[in-house]
Ligand binder design. Sequence first.
Ligand SMILES: NC(=O)c1ccc[n+]([C@@H]2O[C@H](COP(=O)([O-])OP(=O)(O)OC[C@H]3O[C@@H](n4cnc5c(N)ncnc54)[C@H](OP(=O)(O)O)[C@@H]3O)[C@@H](O)[C@H]2O)c1
Length: 337
Amino acid sequence: MANVNRQITLAARPTGFPKESDFKLVESPIPSPGAGEILVQISYLSVDPYLRGLMNDIKLYMDPVRIGEVMYGGTVGRVIQSGNPDFPEGVIVEGRLGWQEYAVTDGKGLRKIDPELAPISTALGILGMPGLTAYFGLLDICNPQPGETVVISGAAGAVGSLAGQIAKILGCHVVGIAGSDAKVDYLLKELRFDAAFNYRATKDYFDKLRELCPHGVDVYFDNVGGAITDAVFGLLNVKARISVCGQISQYNLEKPEMGPRLLSTLILKQAKAEGFLVFQFADRYAEGLQQMAHWLREGRLKYREDIVEGIENAPRAFIGMLRGQNIGKQLVKVARD
Ligand SMILES: NC(=O)c1ccc[n+]([C@@H]2O[C@H](COP(=O)([O-])OP(=O)(O)OC[C@H]3O[C@@H](n4cnc5c(N)ncnc54)[C@H](OP(=O)(O)O)[C@@H]3O)[C@@H](O)[C@H]2O)c1
């Protein structure tokens, strides 16, 4: 192998939508593992919406990425040199090793991946953080019951496509909201959602939702926030549950958006809206992964990956995902094999 590690660092803090010039491709020698450490060759990296928050100079639930630092992010790869008996050479691992081709680590926080179970890329999607987010965010926060109407926004993305399918497994009436006709086709024809619409081609979200949810909305899994969520509020049933998973429509705004003040709906409908971070379920990840793998093996869950090749294209893939170009989980294939 050439002794070069290509990395993507944060070059500037974006205002509004990130640009490719906010990132920089740098080269450095491949690091050598010391005692107790391993060298991982990264196969895939994950570009996720939460990384947008880490590009701002504000501590949310994690420290921001510093200027000049390698972009943070989930990866899956192979141990190619080992000084740590827990992670021998050849083992596949998943962990937050950042946007780079090679990483040295002591193994803390890494998860070993069984490549026989499913393609290793799934450790960043259906059998990883997005899958766990869908599983716990829907089941624990909303406890959907058979026959209930479940609305999913951001429905054709990594988390939304899985949350909707889990609701289908539970026997719910599932309605998806997504940003293109191709996504709506995917939801209806491949994932067997009961109904779906393209919000970019719809003037009145409320009217459309009323047509597709004739019995109102019992459960709302919210990935996007903004005007879509305002419309769903108008259809909530008594005792409705809202899982506030993400608010991606707000992440790239230069100024906060002013909307209607809708919390009184929660009073009138005796409804619950609850935010969560997937990490709060860390002590139950094994349960979630086991159930997702079981449904996957049974053919009851499907997944799609949108894969861009080459570390140099990670910024483009990230920006594309924020703009809705992905169907399913957006990944970057890093290893040149
Ligand atoms: N709470 C947690 O622990 C947790 C964990 C993981 C993810 N999340 C959140 O879950 C959501 C989905 O994450 P993901 O990884 O599955 O990403 P994703 O859905 O695969 O990709 C993001 C999608 O967001 C949609 N989008 C972008 N701008 C939008 C806008 N203005 N209005 C409506 N939709 C917009 C786009 O689809 P369209 O073409 O449909 O617009 C895009 O494909 C995000 O909000 C993320 O922050 C939360």
